[in-house]
Ligand binder design. Structure first.
Ligand code: SAM
Length: 288
């Protein structure tokens, strides 16, 4: 697909290039912030599953706005499986958030200090098998939550992508163990056609005596009918649509008014790189 057709199809993709964000996802965090005032008094933050880095760009901008006079610069740690182009003021870790070695690296950067905010926009490579995709997404969210229990200050906020699948109430129940206020939010820039939403978990308050552990007790929970929360045990959290609802609709196509721009940050190690290079060498035409 040519870049101009993607430009026509997706208004937020185009706006991201015009406004200098590395990905359209920046608008999701900005619109969640419009509703929840996420960055108030935030000076230290962790961006899990951060590549190509638009949420880290938002964090850099917002946390620097919070900085008063000669206060020390904000601390932002960004983590992803994939390499990410450098961003000024952001400490980058290339690693898997489901591995304890990555979690330990993140914790070590905090040197005993605690973060005010942890965000996670992690998504697995979607297979199209909905149960599998929802399960992997849930495991990613629980890994992020587990890391969060090590580095978030009491009272802090955790924001994470969630798939609103059939087992979502179990995840809400797990989040509610640590956060008294959990809201499911759907920013305007997240397509209605997608089951993606974002949980905004506020006022971190782990159960009394809870000791964070890397042997993740939350993960590998067996999902399925035997663990379905029913009746009064079913946890329902408020659902909030956020962003300017009379603004751009991410499911609509808008005419292309300006010339198409190049992406701000093309992938630095695209998975399709080898295929392109083989194509340039005419490799595929030679195969009988
Ligand atoms: N928030 C990012 C931004 O604004 O640029 C976009 C994040 S993208 C939707 C999802 C990211 O999750 C991908 O870069 C992917 O590499 C990362 N990811 C998926 N599984 C991961 C894992 N186990 N550990 C670390 N990163 C992971």
């Amino acid at each position: 697909m040519g870049k101009s057709s993607k430009d026509k199809r997706d208004i937020y993709y185009r706006l991201a290039k015009e406004q200098g964000w590395r990905a359209r996802s920046a608008f999701k965090l900005l619109q969640i912030d419009e509703e929840f005032d996420l960055f108030k008094d935030v000076h230290k933050a962790v961006d899990l599953c951060a590549a190509p880095g638009s949420w880290s760009q938002v964090l850099t901008k917002k946390l620097n706005e919070n900085r008063v006079n000669d206060a020390s610069p904000p601390k932002i740690v960004a983590v992803d499986l994939q390499a990410m182009a450098p961003l000024e003021g952001v400490i980058q870790i290339q690693g898997d958030i489901t591995k304890s070695s990555t979690a330990e690296q993140i914790i070590s950067y905090f040197e005993g200090e605690l973060a005010d905010l942890v965000v996670c926009d992690g998504a697995p490579d979607v297979t199209g098998l909905h149960d599998m995709d929802e399960y992997i997404q849930a495991q990613l969210l629980l890994s992020a939550l587990n890391i969060t229990t090590h580095i978030l200050r009491p009272g802090g906020t955790f924001v994470a992508k969630i798939f609103r699948g059939k087992d979502v109430t179990l995840l809400y129940a797990q989040l509610k163990v640590f956060f008294p206020v959990v809201t499911c939010s759907k920013p305007r820039s997240s397509r209605n056609s997608s089951i993606e939403a974002f949980v905004v978990c506020q006022n971190y308050a782990p159960p009394e005596g809870y000791t964070p552990t890397m042997a993740n007790p939350l993960m590998d929970f067996s999902y399925g009918p035997e663990n379905e929360l029913l009746g009064t045990n079913r946890v329902i959290v408020p659902f909030v649509a956020c962003g300017d609802l009379s603004g751009f609709d991410s499911d609509k196509t808008y005419p292309l008014e300006k010339e198409s721009l190049d992406p701000l940050q093309p992938p630095i190690s695209a998975p399709y790189k080898t295929a392109i290079s083989l194509k340039q060498q005419n490799f595929y035409n030679k195969v009988p």
